[in-house]
Ligand binder design. Structure first.
Ligand SMILES: [Mg+2]
Length: 284
């Protein structure tokens, strides 16, 4: 039975204890370099394809932008992280063959590199020192070898996050964020951020490594904050938490840190799915 006034610990803020932020992080395209791993596999599988046309994910500060990485000069498309860049170099048949090959590869998910080396170690340090709760979410398909969950768990440990909670999930990230009572979910796909904005109280943060001008115009209107890197995202979350967050004020402070307008005295109206889908350029 819950005591009057709520539990004196955990997520019930009593005025004397710190509110623990509960954060969710996507893996592929956000933390893990799936694109680069696919490009390597594609180069081995299709030797006739010019390896220079096979892209790799680019960490912030690298000399090459997404367009250069794509090697195709198609800036508008290459700058969209939700478009698999390998698609620019391979036919549909080759892509199907590539995925069959990848799923046949033992423990493929452990071969990926970290997009921003050191980001996971920093996140783990922050989780410990700021008393955050962190869960990793991924929709990876199964491959030969261990389950995608176990491979992902070992990958996170190997890259500096020794105690990960990771789940392989399918369906709306928004419903998952709601069920897990997440405060923030960080993802590289605008569609997932849209689901989060619609279906949960969590605040979506879009990691957008493409051109700033290519961010869907409505993202801000829908309360989707955008960052250029996980490093920037962690800077913001650290600032948000540094001065002692209270649940009531956290949303507005996060919105300000992300360059969004604070709510005007009442909760942000959730956009309808069809209106929001139209606005963000997704077919409903
Ligand atoms: Mg992703």
């Amino acid at each position: 039975m819950t005591p009057a006034g709520g539990w004196p610990c955990g997520r019930q803020y009593t005025g004397t204890l710190r509110f623990h932020m509960r954060l969710g992080f996507d893996l592929d395209g956000t933390l893990a370099d799936l694109q680069g791993a696919l490009a390597l596999e594609a180069a081995a599988l299709f030797p006739d394809v010019d390896p220079d046309t096979l892209p790799k994910s680019v960490a912030p500060g690298s000399d090459a932008g997404p367009e250069e990485a794509a090697g195709r000069g198609d800036a508008a498309e290459a700058a969209r992280p939700d478009v698999p860049l390998v698609a620019h170099a391979l036919t549909a048949r080759q892509q199907r063959e590539l995925w069959r090959h990848v799923c046949d590869r033992e423990n493929f998910w452990e071969t990926l590199a970290e997009i921003e080396p050191g980001a996971l170690a920093r996140l783990f340090h922050l989780m410990q020192t700021r008393r955050w709760e962190v869960i990793f979410l991924t929709s990876r398909p199964e491959t030969k070898g261990d389950t995608a969950q176990l491979q992902s768990h070992r990958w996170l440990v190997a890259h500096g996050f020794p105690a990960p909670a990771v789940f392989v999930v399918h369906g709306s990230r928004g419903k998952i964020a709601s069920a897990l009572a997440l405060d923030v979910l960080v993802d590289d796909r605008p569609e997932n951020c849209l689901d989060i904005a619609i279906d949960s109280q969590a605040r979506p943060i879009l990691v957008w490594r493409g051109e700033e001008g290519k961010v869907p115009g409505s993202a801000r209107q829908l309360g989707i904050g955008t960052v250029a890197s996980v490093r920037e995202c962690l800077d913001i979350l650290e600032s948000l938490d540094r001065d002692g967050a209270e649940p009531g004020g956290m949303v507005d402070r996060l919105r300000r840190l992300l360059g969004l307008k604070p709510r005007s005295g009442r909760p942000l109206e959730a956009p309808s799915a069809s209106r929001a889908s139209q606005a963000i350029g997704r077919e409903s």
